[in-house]
Ligand binder design. Structure first.
Ligand SMILES: [Mg+2]
Length: 298
């Protein structure tokens, strides 16, 4: 349909071009090229109707939904940017009907700040941290840390570097966080930003070694994170297990939960939700969030 419209537009523009001077012709051709690029990008994106057809059965399946869990970056907001008014309004509407839970890979404080203090329960660091709204006040109620076998972690990272050719790096080979989480950046902890951004934009380099990293770090949940890294959390901390723990503690069954996220493919930081069999809505563009959740409000 879009192709037919574009063809009709092209014919009209051709007629216009034949009636114009040279400068106008160039301008018109430039506009036509921009329109063509727009058409192509639109066609490559899943359409809402298709997406909702895919997700509608999940939304209707099983028990009535009571708890809506969400990722933040690229789901509700642009990466590490504040909550927009439209996203806030969508959350307000959802909150009238459901219990809401933000489930992030980052720390609970960072999530709360990015959401401009929006009053919502938060599981941070893949469930290592929990924050609740109690009597209108947002506070962290649980913060867990895990010990790390540093020598073993360094040896495994070095072996992977040697096997895949990443023996040269900036700073440290792996960042070991106080929580026990690990960030194994293939370019190291001090790599220049431009170099990091250009390193693996389609994640192909990290996908090629993902399976082996998972095998080597079998006591961790492994995610392809950031621009150059594998993020690792002690095995029991991932979004699926974090949500299920919250559900058990607060009286929800899995069928009563729906998750909304963007990074559900293998290696993605929402992937455990899909693999665990929880119902979910996939977000391709965070600006679509208010529209994507409309079926939940009908
Ligand atoms: Mg995300």
């Amino acid at each position: 349909m879009a192709a037919l419209k574009f063809l009709a537009l092209a014919v009209q523009v051709r007629i216009l071009i034949s009636q114009q001077n040279a400068i106008m012709k160039r301008t018109t051709l430039l506009l036509l090229a921009v329109a063509a690029l727009f058409c192509v990008s639109c066609n490559n994106r899943p359409k809402y109707s298709e997406e909702l057809q895919q997700t509608a059965p999940a939304l209707c399946k099983g028990a009535e939904k009571k708890l809506v869990c969400m990722d933040l970056d690229a789901t509700l907001t642009q990466h590490k940017t504040p909550l927009s008014d439209s996203a806030r309004q969508a959350l307000d509407k959802l909150g009238e009907r459901y219990a809401l839970l933000m489930v992030g890979g980052g720390g609970a404080e960072r999530i709360h700040k990015q959401m401009l203090d929006y009053p919502i329960d938060v599981l941070g660091n893949y469930g290592m941290e929990e924050a609740r709204v109690v009597d209108g006040e947002w506070k962290i109620v649980r913060k867990e840390v895990c010990p790390v076998d540093t020598a073993s972690v360094l040896a495994k990272c070095q072996a992977l570097r040697e096997k895949y050719g990443y023996t040269e790096y900036y700073g440290k080979s792996v960042e070991i966080h106080a929580s026990g989480m690990l960030t194994f950046g293939l370019l190291g902890t001090e790599a220049p930003k431009e170099e990091k951004l250009a390193f693996d934009p389609d994640k192909a380099k990290r996908r090629a070694m993902y399976k082996e990293v998972c095998e080597d770090f079998s006591d961790y949940s492994v995610f392809i994170g950031g621009s150059t890294s594998f993020d690792m959390t002690p095995k029991q901390y991932n979004k699926y297990d974090a949500i299920m723990r919250f559900a058990e503690e607060n009286g929800y069954t899995r069928d009563e939960i729906i998750f909304i996220g963007d990074d559900l493919d293998d290696g993605g930081n929402d992937s455990h939700v899909r693999l665990g069999g929880m119902d979910y809505i996939r977000v391709y563009d965070y600006r679509d969030f208010p529209k994507l959740v409309e079926p939940l409000l009908q």
